[in-house]
Design a protein around this ligand. Structure first.
Ligand code: ME8
Length: 650
């Protein structure tokens, strides 16, 4: 890292605009946000870039299916990422879209320049092409005649294309990696890239004929071709900074950290590095490939109905709990497994018990013993043990940030939380309060207690910005965490005696067992909801084909609603009594946002009658009501003529 220039540049991958943002995307972006905020605490000017990858086959196909222009399609979709970043409190300074003119202009300039300098050439090509992955493979790459990456079928293609002379840089790149030990991190991933480079590196096909794919940036030197989506996308890291001259002479390039998932390390470490070399630009300081989140041991996928939706997690647990959990649970470079149980466990132990305890005890005792004002520390040296705990943690925390060892940093900070709590236990202010002699020590003890809470608030700021701000507000500190700065930890004495404590939010209440059950039910019903392609946003992703036998398994019946009432504490759910001819069913339906209970009684509906019963918010539901939705409005499926109750629907 280049500390001298006091500028810092961190990036996330630009995410495929077609995907619905999930926990994995949130993970990389939160991790980038943490380092960005940490650098700001250290007084750096930070450029923090994220964005969306908007060209290519998948977008073209999805737009075709929806019969809309691809630009209209991506304009609609990209906001899902931006909206989530706002909710997750991401402090990105820019969001780049590859369909923006500022990006396309730089891509064209770079292509033309590389072409003029002989770094790009035209050749005929014969090979195997995986359409969904948009990648060429040679015969020997294929696994049982299918794509080695995704296992799907490949097409034999012969065509003229443009190639970037990547192969000539293979040895140079391996040498660069060997001589710059922190360039590819973690170490195990570095070795993977070196292994990849130990075989001869081929040239990279960087064009697609327009006849096959038109949704891309046309090559400036031959408009019959568009740019390969990866060659286009990788350039975002410099197109966002302005013209190439600005990149050469400006302040932010080279990037300090490109954060990527392990899935896209090769494209970054090999394609991007060699592209930069050909452009005569310096390489980023570090490309860090983090691990993969699975859910209950399985890959997240729509078909498994286990995609973890960050918006729902935020609603249920609050944003800072999620930010904390994701970076605390596993080392950043390693794979991790998500479960709500583990998340709740961390919230209860680390946040409610430890941090929440320090905060609540400190605030309530200052209110009780010092009239709600920060007391005077006096001249005592008694606080050295506590103060030194914090000062000595700082170098370890700094090192943790250099290595992006987020879980170690948090572990270290939580030792300080423990030290604060222990200080209170040992000093026992409640006893000091009882005697005249004790009273003399009470003010300094409480000052240093509050000061340790202030220091903790500053230290957790990168991970839990909202909590950090809230704690500082409660302590009467003005100007927010960045104003305090990281050095205030070792300088101590950051609180001004006499400052009045302020009222604040209740942070991290414990999640009790009963609540946990309710949360579990909400999650189960949400995962059922997520499985059906029902919102306007995911209509572009058609479900996998099923057979007629599968369809015939459904027992759909005409039902009549006899009773309807809203489910307490739920905005979405209505409890119904439905007559389906043979019997009366109790059904819980997620339609409360669009229907008043009174308007439902007497209506005919279509019910999935052979669905296994499930509990939603503790109430058994014996079937599922069919409905469609668009833009958040839910409309019950029905008929244009009355049918008898219990009639089958096919
Ligand atoms: O690859 N666990 O975009 P993408 C952890 N557009 N991280 C995960 C994850 C998981 N289960 N799933 C996804 C692309 N990610 C290209 C990038 S960059 C010039 C172009 C995160 O939408 C992780 O950061 O498929 C991974 O690298 C990224 O999402 C892939 O996002």
């Amino acid at each position: 890292m280049q500390d001298k220039r006091k500028k810092f540049y961190v990036t996330t991958p630009i995410y495929y605009v077609n995907d619905v943002p999930h926990l994995g995307h949130a993970y990389t972006t939160i991790a980038a946000d943490v380092i960005a905020r940490y650098k700001r605490l250290n007084g750096y000017e930070v450029s923090f870039l994220t964005g969306s990858d908007e060209h290519g086959q998948k977008v073209q196909q999805a737009a075709q299916e929806l019969k809309v222009d691809p630009q209209v399609h991506v304009d609609r979709l990209h906001t899902r990422f931006n909206d989530l970043w706002k909710r997750l409190n991401i402090s990105n300074t820019d969001f780049i879209r590859t369909t923006e003119e500022r990006h396309k202009k730089i891509v064209r300039e770079i292509l033309q320049d590389l072409f003029n300098r002989g770094e790009i050439y035209k050749d005929s090509y014969e090979g195997w092409y995986c359409m969904p992955d948009e990648r060429f493979w040679t015969e020997k790459d294929l696994v049982n005649g299918t794509c080695p990456e995704c296992g799907r079928s490949v097409d034999k293609i012969q065509e003229h294309n443009y190639f970037f002379k990547m192969g000539q840089y293979g040895e140079w790149l391996a040498e660069h990696i060997r001589t710059h030990p922190t360039f590819i991190q973690p170490e195990s991933r570095k070795n993977e890239v070196l292994g990849f480079l130990s075989k001869p590196l081929g040239d990279l096909c960087i064009s697609r004929p327009k006849s096959r794919l038109s949704w891309g940036i046309p090559l400036p030197f031959n408009a019959d071709y568009v740019t390969y989506v990866w060659f286009d996308a990788l350039i975002n890291y410099i197109s966002a900074l302005g013209s190439q001259d600005d990149v050469r002479n400006g302040g932010f390039w080279p990037a300090d950290f490109h954060l990527v998932g392990k899935d896209i390390l090769t494209t970054h470490a090999v394609y991007w590095s060699t592209m930069l070399k050909a452009m005569n630009l310096p390489l980023p300081s570090t490309i860090f490939a983090h691990g993969w989140w699975t859910v209950d041991g399985k890959k997240m996928s729509k078909s498994l109905r286990n995609v973890v939706e960050p918006n729902l997690l935020i609603d249920l647990f609050g944003v800072d709990s999620i930010r904390y959990f994701l970076l605390r649970e596993a080392p950043f470079g390693q794979d991790a497994d998500f479960s709500h149980k583990a998340l709740i466990g961390r919230i209860n132990s680390d946040l409610a018990n430890n941090l929440g305890n320090l905060l609540n005890r400190t605030v309530s005792m200052i209110k009780r013993y010092h009239d709600g004002k920060i007391p005077d520390p006096g001249e005592t040296t008694d606080c050295d043990s506590l103060k030194n705990e914090f000062a000595s943690a700082l170098p370890e925390i700094r090192k943790g940030y250099d290595e992006l060892a987020y879980n170690k940093i948090l572990e270290r900070i939580w030792k300080l939380v423990d030290a604060g709590n222990k200080w209170i236990d040992v000093k026992a202010p409640w006893n000091l309060f009882k005697t005249e002699e004790g009273q003399k020590e009470l003010a300094p003890v409480m000052y240093h207690t509050a000061e340790s809470l202030r220091a903790v608030a500053v230290l957790i700021y990168p991970f839990m910005p909202h909590t950090s701000e809230q704690i500082l507000i409660q302590l009467g500190v003005e100007g927010g965490p960045e104003n305090q700065g990281i050095d205030s930890i070792s300088n101590w004495y950051g609180l001004k005696p006499g400052t009045e404590l302020q009222k604040g939010e209740r942070l991290f209440p414990r999640i009790e067992e009963k609540q946990e059950q309710e949360i579990q039910q909400t999650l189960e019903s949400a995962s059922k909801d997520n499985a059906a392609p029902k919102t306007a946003e995911n209509q572009d992703e058609l479900g996998a084909p099923i057979s007629i036998e599968d369809v015939m398994k459904l027992d759909l019946r005409v039902g009549k609603i006899l009773e309807a009432e809203n489910v307490k504490k739920s905005k979405k759910l209505v409890k119904l009594k439905v007559d389906i001819g043979l019997e009366i069913r109790q059904v819980v339906a997620g339609i409360a946002t669009s229907y008043e209970p009174e308007a439902l009684v007497g209506r005919s509906i279509i019910l999935v009658a052979n669905l296994k019963p499930a509990k939603l918010m503790g109430i058994e539901s014996q079937g599922m009501v069919l409905a469609g939705s668009a833009d958040g409005n839910i409309v019950l499926a029905g008929f244009d003529q009355e049918l008898p109750t219990g009639a089958r629907v096919k």
